[in-house]
Design a protein around this ligand. Structure first.
Ligand code: FCB
Length: 450
């Protein structure tokens, strides 16, 4: 182009990306859960389930993180992480009913000290899908006694570790847990009963409230700085299989309410009601100090009758969804849909509570896909924050490749690759990309009309 040519200002503006600077105290890091990384959690219901139901997907020694946490946290520190979410394995703390293992409590105290020494904020999950065997044998979350037993375990853990923890997450994905274990029959205990699922759902709500009260009470007694207590809520975009079908749209709306909002709404309001299905009253309202959101994908929903659970709909056929699908899937065939994260951060802002992206990640064998997954999702976070969403952090799932429940070790979610034969760790390029963004503290993006 000749020197005298006038350039069009519009084209220039379009090329300049908009830049968003994250707050200095933004929590940057990754998440794991005990059963998926520690190894040899032989005393819980998942271990038992693996031996009989999924012999090809046994957790075994997993990532041996129980013994290698120090090495793993050094890597997280080198990658610029300032926060780390992990879970405490109840079956290690209370191996038999009412018997407490002080060595196990001391182990987690060391885990927390190791993180703190590296300038990494611990974010502690108290229940991430597994139950001690003794408790599973007496009905697990189906039993009316379990909310109290959960609160008693939380009391022990808080007394032992509380002085060093600011962020607690009582439950991980209570709705997914209920659905997979009590309706779909895919996870322990393999239930397929909507009636049981509703009982479990109610007991989980109560369990959270009692645990919340317990934690708060101990912090007050001990004069520790007031903690932040929340849950990790799974959120999935639900789209009608056919936008022209009123019935599909209803099914998608109903799913959205039931799977994404109901649990959180019940905790905020202290009650939940669904005509002819349930009517729950909790001992108190407002038992969330922040909301963790685990976001991965979008589902297309086909109407399946007006009764319960038919109204939840079912997955629609590939052909029907084809024209609206982004065309990109992860290794587990979950659609990659970054825009959905923006949608939820905006949507959940309605609760006027701090939001933490407590899980977001991709299973893939192609690390360049992970790079673009992370970048695109962080752009969605940046835009939501710029528009006012109160986001306090972003935790990638997961720090390490790990045991992906019924899918076993095949899906690779890690920022760090694990060789399960040698237990060698290798930092992936995507981890370096995330590190760059963390260290820069900002990201460039073009505004979308979401
Ligand atoms: C979430 C779980 C987590 C992990 C990811 C992939 O639903 O909380 O344990 O399995 O999915």
């Amino acid at each position: 182009m000749g020197a005298g040519c006038a350039s069009t200002p519009k084209a220039v503006t379009e090329q300049i990306p908009h830049e968003f600077t994250f707050p200095r105290n933004f929590l940057w890091g990754a998440a794991t859960s005990a059963h998926q990384v520690e190894g040899n959690n032989i005393n819980n219901d998942w271990w038992e389930w693996e031996q009989t139901r999924i012999p090809k997907a046994r957790s075994g020694q997993a990532c041996d993180h129980w013994n290698r946490f120090e090495e793993d946290f050094k890597l997280a520190q080198a990658l610029g992480h300032t926060a780390h979410r992990f879970s405490i394995e109840w079956s290690r703390i209370e191996p038999q009913e009412g018997q407490w293992d002080s060595a196990a409590l001391e182990h987690y105290a060391q885990v927390i000290r190791s993180l703190r020494a590296k300038g990494i904020e611990p974010i502690v999950t108290l229940h991430h899908f597994t139950l001690p065997l003794w408790l599973a044998r007496q009905g697990g979350w189906l039993s009316e006694k379990t909310p109290q037993l959960f609160a008693r375990y939380v009391k022990k853990v808080t007394e032992a570790l509380g002085g060093d923890v600011h962020y607690w997450m009582t439950l991980n994905e209570p709705v997914v847990y209920t659905y997979k274990g009590y309706m779909a029959g895919e996870w322990p205990p393999g239930g397929k009963s909507p009636k049981e699922a509703i009982d479990v759902f109610e007991n989980l709500l109560l369990g959270h409230v009692l645990a919340y009260e317990q934690i708060k009470e101990i912090y007050t007694q001990e004069n520790w700085q007031e903690p932040m207590v929340g849950i990790a809520q799974s959120v999935l975009i639900f789209r009608a299989c056919s936008d022209r079908s009123f019935r599909d749209r209803i099914a998608a709306r109903f799913r959205h309410w039931m799977f994404n909002h109901l649990f959180v709404q019940a905790l905020v309001r202290g009650k939940a009601y669904c005509i002819g299905v349930f009517n729950v009253h909790l001992p108190r309202a407002k038992t969330l100090d922040f909301i963790g959101l685990n976001y991965y994908t979008r589902d297309f929903v086909l109407h399946h009758g007006y009764g319960f659970p038919g109204i939840l709909g079912q997955a629609c056929t590939a052909t029907a969804e084809q024209n609206r699908h982004t065309g990109k899937d992860n290794f587990l065939s979950w659609e990659i849909y970054p825009k959905g994260l923006h949608t939820f951060l905006e949507d959940f802002s309605r609760y006027k509570l701090p939001l933490l992206v407590s899980e977001n990640g991709i299973a893939t064998n192609d690390d360049t896909e992970r790079v673009s997954f992370i970048v695109e999702h962080l752009k969605a976070v940046a835009q939501a924050m710029e528009e006012g969403a109160p986001v306090i952090g972003y935790l990638y799932w997961s720090l390490l490749d790990n045991y992906e429940w019924a899918e076993g070790f095949v899906p690779r979610f890690g920022l760090i690759e694990v060789n399960y034969t040698t237990q060698k760790r290798r930092i992936r390029g995507s981890a370096r990309k995330l590190e760059k963004i963390i260290r820069a503290g900002k990201i460039g993006f073009e505004k979308h009309e979401y």
